[in-house]
Ligand binder design. Structure first.
Ligand code: WE7
Length: 155
Protein backbone atom coordinates (compact mmCIF):
# COMPACT_ATOMS: atom_id res chain seq x y z
CA UNK A 1 0.00 0.00 0.00
CA UNK A 2 1.21 3.46 -0.89
CA UNK A 3 1.97 5.70 2.06
CA UNK A 4 0.86 9.29 1.44
CA UNK A 5 2.35 12.21 3.35
CA UNK A 6 1.69 15.94 3.00
CA UNK A 7 3.83 18.69 4.58
CA UNK A 8 2.12 22.00 5.32
CA UNK A 9 3.40 25.48 6.20
CA UNK A 10 2.13 29.03 5.63
CA UNK A 11 3.19 29.96 2.10
CA UNK A 12 4.56 26.63 0.78
CA UNK A 13 7.88 28.25 -0.21
CA UNK A 14 10.29 27.59 2.70
CA UNK A 15 9.59 24.89 5.28
CA UNK A 16 7.12 22.51 3.64
CA UNK A 17 8.90 22.24 0.25
CA UNK A 18 12.13 21.64 2.20
CA UNK A 19 10.48 18.81 4.15
CA UNK A 20 9.00 17.41 0.93
CA UNK A 21 12.36 17.44 -0.88
CA UNK A 22 14.18 15.91 2.10
CA UNK A 23 11.53 13.19 2.42
CA UNK A 24 11.78 12.39 -1.30
CA UNK A 25 15.56 12.18 -0.93
CA UNK A 26 15.33 9.76 2.01
CA UNK A 27 12.84 7.57 0.16
CA UNK A 28 14.92 7.63 -3.03
CA UNK A 29 18.08 6.64 -1.11
CA UNK A 30 16.14 3.76 0.46
CA UNK A 31 14.87 2.64 -2.96
CA UNK A 32 11.23 2.85 -1.89
CA UNK A 33 10.00 5.72 -4.10
CA UNK A 34 7.25 3.55 -5.64
CA UNK A 35 5.74 2.99 -2.18
CA UNK A 36 5.25 6.67 -1.38
CA UNK A 37 3.30 9.76 -2.38
CA UNK A 38 4.92 12.92 -1.01
CA UNK A 39 3.71 16.50 -1.45
CA UNK A 40 3.61 19.88 0.27
CA UNK A 41 1.26 22.87 0.37
CA UNK A 42 0.51 26.09 2.21
CA UNK A 43 -2.40 27.11 4.38
CA UNK A 44 -2.28 30.43 2.49
CA UNK A 45 -2.68 30.79 -1.27
CA UNK A 46 -0.10 33.57 -1.53
CA UNK A 47 2.48 31.79 -3.70
CA UNK A 48 0.35 29.64 -6.01
CA UNK A 49 2.40 28.16 -8.85
CA UNK A 50 5.62 29.71 -7.55
CA UNK A 51 8.97 28.02 -7.01
CA UNK A 52 10.32 27.58 -3.47
CA UNK A 53 12.21 30.50 -1.89
CA UNK A 54 15.74 30.87 -3.31
CA UNK A 55 17.21 30.55 0.18
CA UNK A 56 15.42 27.23 0.76
CA UNK A 57 16.62 26.00 -2.64
CA UNK A 58 20.19 27.10 -1.82
CA UNK A 59 20.11 25.19 1.48
CA UNK A 60 18.83 22.05 -0.26
CA UNK A 61 21.50 22.43 -2.98
CA UNK A 62 24.20 22.42 -0.26
CA UNK A 63 23.05 18.87 0.46
CA UNK A 64 22.74 17.79 -3.16
CA UNK A 65 18.94 18.05 -3.24
CA UNK A 66 16.83 19.85 -5.84
CA UNK A 67 13.09 20.52 -5.92
CA UNK A 68 10.62 20.96 -8.77
CA UNK A 69 7.77 21.82 -6.40
CA UNK A 70 5.37 24.64 -7.22
CA UNK A 71 3.24 26.35 -4.60
CA UNK A 72 -0.28 25.24 -3.88
CA UNK A 73 -2.82 25.65 -1.10
CA UNK A 74 -4.20 23.03 1.29
CA UNK A 75 -7.69 21.90 0.22
CA UNK A 76 -10.42 19.57 1.52
CA UNK A 77 -9.51 16.79 -0.92
CA UNK A 78 -6.06 16.53 0.73
CA UNK A 79 -7.71 14.94 3.77
CA UNK A 80 -9.01 12.09 1.59
CA UNK A 81 -5.80 11.68 -0.40
CA UNK A 82 -3.16 11.71 2.40
CA UNK A 83 -2.59 9.37 5.36
CA UNK A 84 -0.40 11.88 7.21
CA UNK A 85 -0.66 15.68 7.18
CA UNK A 86 2.08 17.48 9.11
CA UNK A 87 2.20 21.17 9.98
CA UNK A 88 5.39 23.00 10.96
CA UNK A 89 4.04 25.23 13.75
CA UNK A 90 0.93 25.59 15.91
CA UNK A 91 -0.67 28.11 13.56
CA UNK A 92 -0.34 25.69 10.63
CA UNK A 93 -1.75 22.94 12.85
CA UNK A 94 -4.79 25.02 13.84
CA UNK A 95 -5.47 25.87 10.19
CA UNK A 96 -5.12 22.21 9.17
CA UNK A 97 -7.58 21.11 11.87
CA UNK A 98 -10.10 23.80 10.96
CA UNK A 99 -10.18 22.62 7.32
CA UNK A 100 -10.42 18.92 8.23
CA UNK A 101 -13.79 17.29 7.51
CA UNK A 102 -15.78 15.84 10.42
CA UNK A 103 -15.05 12.31 9.17
CA UNK A 104 -11.32 12.92 8.71
CA UNK A 105 -9.13 9.82 8.99
CA UNK A 106 -5.74 11.30 8.08
CA UNK A 107 -3.22 11.53 10.91
CA UNK A 108 -2.79 15.25 11.67
CA UNK A 109 0.31 16.36 13.56
CA UNK A 110 3.42 18.48 13.80
CA UNK A 111 6.46 17.26 11.89
CA UNK A 112 8.60 18.39 14.84
CA UNK A 113 7.05 15.69 17.04
CA UNK A 114 9.49 13.30 15.35
CA UNK A 115 12.52 15.33 16.46
CA UNK A 116 14.41 13.35 19.08
CA UNK A 117 16.38 16.51 19.89
CA UNK A 118 13.15 18.12 21.11
CA UNK A 119 11.92 21.36 19.59
CA UNK A 120 8.50 20.33 18.18
CA UNK A 121 8.10 23.62 16.31
CA UNK A 122 9.85 24.26 13.02
CA UNK A 123 9.93 28.06 12.99
CA UNK A 124 9.18 30.28 10.00
CA UNK A 125 12.57 31.34 8.50
CA UNK A 126 11.01 33.88 6.09
CA UNK A 127 12.29 36.96 7.91
CA UNK A 128 15.45 35.17 9.03
CA UNK A 129 18.85 34.46 7.54
CA UNK A 130 20.92 31.58 6.24
CA UNK A 131 21.30 30.07 9.73
CA UNK A 132 17.53 29.85 10.05
CA UNK A 133 17.21 28.03 6.73
CA UNK A 134 19.99 25.70 7.82
CA UNK A 135 18.10 24.95 11.03
CA UNK A 136 14.90 24.28 9.07
CA UNK A 137 16.80 21.85 6.84
CA UNK A 138 18.42 20.01 9.76
CA UNK A 139 15.13 19.71 11.67
CA UNK A 140 13.31 18.47 8.56
CA UNK A 141 16.09 15.91 8.01
CA UNK A 142 15.97 14.56 11.57
CA UNK A 143 12.17 14.44 11.61
CA UNK A 144 11.75 12.90 8.16
CA UNK A 145 14.35 10.23 8.96
CA UNK A 146 12.51 9.31 12.15
CA UNK A 147 9.07 9.46 10.49
CA UNK A 148 10.39 7.26 7.66
CA UNK A 149 11.66 4.70 10.18
CA UNK A 150 8.36 4.61 12.06
CA UNK A 151 6.16 4.53 8.96
CA UNK A 152 8.29 1.74 7.47
CA UNK A 153 7.95 -0.38 10.62
CA UNK A 154 4.15 -0.34 10.97
CA UNK A 155 2.97 -1.38 7.52
C1 WE7 B 1 5.26 34.85 4.62
C2 WE7 B 1 5.93 33.90 5.39
C3 WE7 B 1 6.42 32.76 4.75
C4 WE7 B 1 5.27 35.48 6.66
N1 WE7 B 1 6.25 32.63 3.41
N2 WE7 B 1 5.10 34.68 3.30
CL1 WE7 B 1 3.63 38.46 3.13
C5 WE7 B 1 2.52 37.12 3.21
C6 WE7 B 1 1.20 37.36 3.57
C7 WE7 B 1 0.29 36.32 3.63
C8 WE7 B 1 0.70 35.03 3.34
C9 WE7 B 1 2.03 34.83 2.99
CL2 WE7 B 1 2.47 33.27 2.65
C10 WE7 B 1 2.96 35.86 2.90
C11 WE7 B 1 4.39 35.65 2.49
C12 WE7 B 1 5.60 33.55 2.73
N3 WE7 B 1 7.05 31.81 5.43
N4 WE7 B 1 5.94 34.32 6.66
N5 WE7 B 1 4.87 35.82 5.44
C13 WE7 B 1 5.01 36.24 7.86
C14 WE7 B 1 5.69 35.89 9.01
C15 WE7 B 1 5.47 36.57 10.19
C16 WE7 B 1 4.59 37.63 10.27
C17 WE7 B 1 3.92 38.00 9.12
C18 WE7 B 1 4.12 37.34 7.92
C19 WE7 B 1 3.35 37.81 6.71
Amino acid sequence: MTKCVLFVCLGNICRSPTAEAVMRHIISQAGTTSQWLVDSCGTAGYHLGGAPDERAQAELAKHGITTMHRGRQLCKDDFKKFDYIFGMDEENFRNIKSLAPADNRAVLGLLGEYDKQGGKIIDDPYYGGEADFEEVYQKCLRCCQEFYRQASRDN
